[in-house]
Design a protein around this ligand. Structure first.
Ligand SMILES: C[S@@+](CC[C@H](N)C(=O)[O-])C[C@H]1O[C@@H](n2cnc3c(N)ncnc32)[C@H](O)[C@@H]1O
Length: 336
């Protein structure tokens, strides 16, 4: 019964076309998970590792309510699985999902759309409670016949089994501007274990620097009346794009580089900045092919304000530094 209900919801997610439809379908998926999850989801198992913080199981569960994120990832992963099924009609597809959380939101709903022999799924999470929750969901939804293997591990250091060639790797372990959570460290470890033709989701994370008026930029936020921001997507008109700081993708992560610090060039600070006083970082995702997640469409693509130029009056140039050796964060250096 639950499998049928989940199939109905995921089909409506794939067919959804408007923001209102996306939000409604994500709400149905969230309600479904709340209804069928029977084990306790811990709020206190947030875990610190070198590379970032793994959310508690409860916070990870709440990610399903980041509606456009959930819908666009599911659409992108469906598209990638469909492509792989066409490319390899004669064999099964190996999926590695790093950071599955207690709901395995980005893969479980899609399984009923494929034959049980078609997909081998390897699901990782650092929190044992999340792994236990997925195990319970697999049985209560009726997905035991699928080849799903659950592993409690740190995805930053994990090594895949030798006989498991990854066709599709998925990880959504990110916070806006790639701060706090370990997306980059996980992508780096997983990418090194991918064949050249494997698909990585998200395909690309772009990080841009702009000078702007931060309070006037679109921003998704929780308010007492629910989530606000989806309908206020106009960028601030006097936003000055400065540069693309970097793009995280298979090529970038696959490079042999043990450095966990990325340093930008030095950029000129404008003398007159009254229309755009804030130094801000913008995140956009190419999830797969034409499926994207733009600024403020989700909590993970909200803009991030690094510093106001009113605090830097004595300087003429700024360099941005991203460091993910411990908890990922941004800092800056200044020149006179
Ligand atoms: C942002 S939540 C996303 C949950 C779910 N994948 C989704 O998309 O709704 C990230 C998940 O990744 C897990 N995670 C974070 N860092 C991890 C690590 N180093 N190793 C394994 N799992 C990790 C967290 O425990 C959490 O369950």
């Amino acid at each position: 019964m639950y499998k049928q209900e989940l199939t109905f919801i995921v089909k409506s997610i794939i067919a959804s076309n408007t923001v209102d439809e996306h939000i409604r379908c994500a709400g149905e998926l969230s309600g479904f998970y709340k209804k069928v999850t029977k084990i306790f989801i811990s709020e206190s198992n947030e875990t610190f590792v070198k590379g970032g913080i793994a959310l508690s199981s409860s916070e990870a569960a709440d990610c399903v309510d980041d509606s456009l994120r959930t819908v666009f990832f599911i659409k992108g992963i469906y598209k990638a699985l469909t492509k792989l099924s066409i490319d390899f009609p004669e064999r099964s597809i190996n999926v590695l999902y790093a950071g599955c959380g207690p709901y395995a939101t980005l893969i479980l709903p899609l399984l009923p759309l494929f034959n049980k022999e078609k997909i081998n799924a390897l699901l990782l999470d650092i929190n044992i409670e999340s792994i236990a929750s997925v195990q319970q969901l697999v049985s209560v939804i009726g997905l035991e016949e699928y080849n799903i293997h659950l592993v409690e591990t740190n995805a930053i250091t994990y090594t895949k089994p030798v006989d498991f060639t990854i066709d599709l790797a998925i990880s959504e372990t990110m916070h806006y501007a790639l701060t706090r959570e370990p997306q980059v460290a996980i992508m780096r470890n997983i990418t090194r274990q991918l064949a050249s033709d494997a698909i990585l989701i998200p395909e690309e994370i772009s990080i841009d620097l702009a000078y702007t008026f931060f309070d006037y930029e679109p921003y998704l936020k929780y308010t007492t009346d629910g989530i606000k921001g989806y309908k206020e997507m106009q960028p601030y008109p006097d936003n000055v794009f400065v540069d693309r700081l970097f793009t995280i993708n298979k090529e970038h992560c696959g490079r042999e580089n043990h450095n966990s610090k990325l340093e930008s060039s030095f950029y000129d600070l404008p003398e007159n900045f009254s229309n755009h006083p804030d130094i801000a970082i913008f995140t956009e995702l190419k999830i797969f092919e034409d499926i994207t997640l733009r600024t403020a469409e989700s909590f993970i693509t909200n803009p991030y304000c690094l510093v106001s130029m009113y605090n830097l009056r004595d300087y003429s140039k700024i360099q941005l530094v991203y460091d993910f050796s411990e908890i990922p964060q941004w800092s800056y250096s200044l020149k006179k």
